[in-house]
Design a protein around this ligand. Structure first.
Ligand SMILES: [Zn+2]
Ligand SMILES: [Zn+2]
Length: 91
């Protein structure tokens, strides 16, 4: 069995995640690109905004009605469009 990741596999995986718009930041396969995480593509929603993430506190999240699991859990909100993402740093 090969551990090689084929272009085809990448394509299928990318589309499954809704990443259909070329990333304007890298426009080529740059693995370190933080906007598209190296995929080279973005979802239409992410392509519409060059998110600028700011971590919000547990209280801020609660006030805004955003789920926050507490310790070891980080919630970030885009200062431009208000989209949120969360990350669990305990794992
Ligand atoms: Zn990119
Ligand atoms: Zn945004």
């Amino acid at each position: 069995m090969s551990t090689h990741i084929s272009e085809e596999w990448m394509d299928q995986n990318r589309k499954a995640q809704g990443l259909t718009v070329l990333c304007p930041r890298c426009l080529n396969k740059e693995w370190a690109c933080s906007r598209c995480n190296g995929w080279g593509y973005l979802t239409p929603a992410d392509a519409a905004c060059d998110h600028k993430w700011k971590e919000i506190s547990q209280k801020e999240a609660r006030d805004a009605g955003i789920y926050h699991a507490g310790m070891c859990y980080h919630v970030y909100q885009c200062v431009h469009c208000g989209t949120t993402k969360s990350q669990d740093s305990s794992g």
